[in-house]
Design a protein around this ligand. Structure first.
Ligand code: ADP
Ligand code: ZN
Length: 734
């Protein structure tokens, strides 16, 4: 393309690309990353594809492109993907592009490294003096491959200073040169010597490899925890990498939390090298290097959380998305999207297969397999005959914990048994902190967040009261801040810290560790996991951070302190999510030789979720859930979208909402199959000082909501600080 004008998409929330002039002698093609003037500054942008929308600015008034960056153009399948995500989620394409350009240094050519090598001629010049330090450097280089090393490496190896090295370079015995960093992205190769898949696994892997030949397809590996789903996709990955006809890259997506320790060590152990890793904690340097390696196609296997979806793959050959039901694949803030669904779209556009894996697939995926759109491979049992744990309910109405305690006598007895037998226990409660509510016994004051409609959670270890919605924190005091009474504050309800405290009281000789996401950095999670693996922990008390994917052979008991916690609260997926979470937690028990036991403390022993868990009849539960959702035209049958409006000023918010109701399209053809609920105060009606209202738009099966919402919100002006966000396929109903 060498027109005089081209559309440039900027990584900013504008409705679309802007035209810029192409200076004479400059060659650009779609996908090129460029620098362009924007107001008084310059901005990065990407040459976009010509669109139908006629750009009205006169050619002579266009600003010229400043610079074309020497980076590989974003491939067409990537640009199409960005447009698709923007259209589907009703957000600005530039906001999506921005997620692809998160490592600016990665756009520049790699900096080369400084190396030294022995000069071919080793005759010392006149006046040269041999010193022990110089000899050490010469020796180190003589022993190195190609007699060359990085500057820093040779100085370190010889234990000398850089000035000794510089002296040698001056003498001509050593030469300095520059070299592009290389070999950092080896192609992983599976170590098969000590390992073979069992029949069901082999079958699944063979089917998948078969499916990989046909371009786009979606497959689900459906198997209980421990059945070897990971081993199956490792095998498939390896066969792809070994196939000389397959040059594509492989993206493995995991929930953020699973990117710690165990999965990666296992990958390294099985493949002999680490994959390229993409997550929020990377150093800026690693980000840039990884971004570039993905863009150049050097990184063949990339593992990341949902943001890895927007990496600039040169050639995508396979996507694997593990724990596909996991709620963290949905991004709720900024550009909202469901990464699992977008991954399927990405695979479709790239014409490559995608493999989903889960022990408790989402109902969306289950329905897709039932209706034949997705293939399904079933791994029926745990590898090596390890049996699934025995799940039982503890009815809290009958088997009551003592006052001020949370562990029922039956659970306590079971823990004691494990302690005697030298086995490990996990006590699970999905609530961070010490207690979800603090109140004053003297005046009745309840500690509330100043800017949200929510109680402050006490975090006793940190001596703070914390809002879990906005992060507000204040020091925990011993006297009431309202009436001044000393020691009058009481904690209500349990969090993990409090259950940990009870465990320490009841089992004074046990070694107890408490783990929850706010007390733990990525590294300390790893430390804790390793301590459990070494057998240095008897009782692990934790939140969902410990529920995922870990494999502890000596952990034989899981006690769920409050199984009902997520069962209520206006979320259409509450039952499904509770089932998935508890099933996953239960899967931590008995992954070794000894059969595991799971005890669920509940006030609702008859609830279908609890019944499904004890009878281990997942499919019956799914069937009932599906039937109910179908009846109510809820996902995965019907579609939902949320329009959430927030404003610090409640009156203005209500006026705006009334106006929105007025503006709803009413033509028959616009509202066919669509129903709008609301406005209603959102369940947490104030967050960060902003009042919140929500409309819920529901479409019957097959009806797209986007055209309706676009028409509804077209040309709308949001006054002052009022904010309006659209969330297609919402998962959070707070
Ligand atoms: P999933 O991903 O379904 O939870 P994994 O792949 O993590 O299951 O397997 C569970 C455990 O069983 C792992 O430690 C794994 O190495 C082991 N395993 C699975 N399949 C085999 C096999 N065919 N041979 C030996 N060990 C296996
Ligand atoms: Zn708050």
């Amino acid at each position: 393309m060498n027109d005089t004008r081209v559309p440039i998409l900027l990584p900013l929330p504008f409705p679309g690309p802007f035209d810029y002039a192409v200076p004479e002698g400059t060659f650009v093609e779609p996908g090129n990353v460029v620098r362009v003037p924007l107001g008084p500054r310059t901005a990065l942008g990407v040459v976009w594809d010509a669109s139908d929308s006629a750009n009205t600015v006169d050619s002579s008034k266009l600003k010229p492109i400043n610079q074309v960056l020497p980076t590989r153009p974003l491939p067409e399948f990537h640009r199409k993907f960005i447009d698709w995500v923007a259209r589907y989620n009703l957000c600005a394409p530039g906001a999506v592009l921005r997620m692809s350009l998160t490592a600016p240094e990665g756009l520049l050519p790699p900096s080369s490294e400084r190396w030294v090598r022995l000069a071919p001629d080793q005759t010392p010049p006149t006046g040269y003096r041999t010193t022990p330090a110089r000899t050490k450097i010469i020796n180190a280089l003589s022993n190195a491959p190609e007699q060359a090393m990085r500057r820093k490496a040779v100085v370190d190896a010889a234990g000398t200073s850089t000035s000794v090295l510089d002296g040698l370079i001056k003498s001509g015995l050593v030469e300095a040169f520059e070299r592009r960093p290389q070999g950092r992205w080896p192609v992983p190769k599976l170590r098969r010597e000590t390992f073979s898949l069992n029949d069901a696994q082999q079958d699944a892997a063979d089917h998948l490899v078969e499916a990989l030949r046909d371009g786009f397809s979606v497959s689900l590996i459906d198997g209980v925890t421990g059945s070897g789903k990971t081993e199956v996709y490792f095998d498939v990955i390896d066969r792809l990498l070994a196939d000389p006809d397959h040059k594509g890259q492989i993206l493995v997506m995991l929930p953020e939390i699973a990117l710690t320790g165990q999965w990666l060590s296992r990958f390294k152990q099985r493949f002999g090298c680490a994959p390229a890793l993409w997550h929020s904690d990377l150093t800026p340097k690693m980000r840039s290097e990884t971004w570039r390696a993905v863009s150049e196609g050097e990184a063949r296997v990339v593992v990341g959380a949902r943001s890895a979806l927007y990496l600039p793959f040169r050639d995508l050959g396979l996507i694997v998305l593990d724990e596909e039901h996991d709620g963290s694949f949905k991004q709720d803030e900024g550009v909202t999207y469901q990464a699992r669904d977008m991954a399927v779209v990405r695979a479709n556009i790239a014409k490559c297969p995608i493999v989903l894996a889960s022990a408790t697939p989402s109902l969306e995926t289950v329905l897709n397999t039932l209706e034949g759109r997705y293939k399904r491979m079933i791994l029926p049992s745990r590898h090596g005959g390890a049996v699934l744990p025995d799940v039982s309910l503890i009815n809290l109405r009958e088997d009551r914990p003592e006052r001020g305690s949370w562990l029922s006598p039956a659970l306590i007895a079971a823990v004691e048994q494990r302690l005697e037998a030298g086995q490990q226990t996990l006590l699970f409660l999905n609530r961070r902190g010490y207690a979800p509510l603090t109140l004053c016994n003297a005046c009745g004051h309840r500690y509330k967040c100043p800017s949200c409609d929510s109680w402050l959670t006490e975090h006793r270890l940190a001596r703070r009261l914390v809002c879990h919605h906005c992060g507000f924190q204040t020091k925990a005091t011993t006297s009431c801040t309202v009436c001044g009474e000393e020691d009058s504050l009481v904690a209500c309800g349990p969090g993990v810290e409090r259950v940990g405290e009870e465990a320490m009281r009841r089992f004074p000789h046990a070694r107890i560790a408490i783990g929850s996401s706010d007390t733990m950095q990525r590294s300390s999670v790893r430390d804790m996991i390793e301590a459990v693996e070494r057998g240095d922990v008897d009782i692990l008390v934790g939140t969902q951070i410990l529920a995922k994917g870990y494999h502890f052979p000596n952990l034989t008991l899981v006690g769920v302190v409050d199984a009902d916690l997520s069962l209520y609260g206006g979320d259409v997926r509450a039952g499904e999510k509770t089932f998935q979470l508890l099933h996953q937690v239960a899967g931590r028990a008995g992954r070794g030789e000894i059969r595991g036991e799971v005890m669920l403390q509940t006030h609702e022993p008859d609830h279908p979720v609890m019944q499904a868990l004890i009878s281990d009849d997942r499919d019956a539960f799914y069937e009932t859930e599906l039937a109910q959702r179908e009846m109510m035209a809820l996902p995965p049958y019907g579609r939902l979208a949320a329009v959430v409006i927030s404003d610090p000023e409640e009156d203005r918010l209500d006026t705006f909402c009334r106006d929105l109701v007025q503006r709803q399209p009413r033509n028959d053809e616009d509202i066919q199959g669509i129903k709008v609920f609301g406005p209603a105060a959102a369940p947490i009606s104030v967050i960060r000082g902003r009042h919140r209202r929500r409309f819920l738009v529901r479409g019957t099966p097959g009806v797209r909501l986007q055209p309706f919402i676009t028409k509804w919100l077209k040309g709308i002006k949001t006054p002052g600080a009022l904010r309006l966000t659209v969330d297609i396929d919402p998962y959070s109903f707070l």
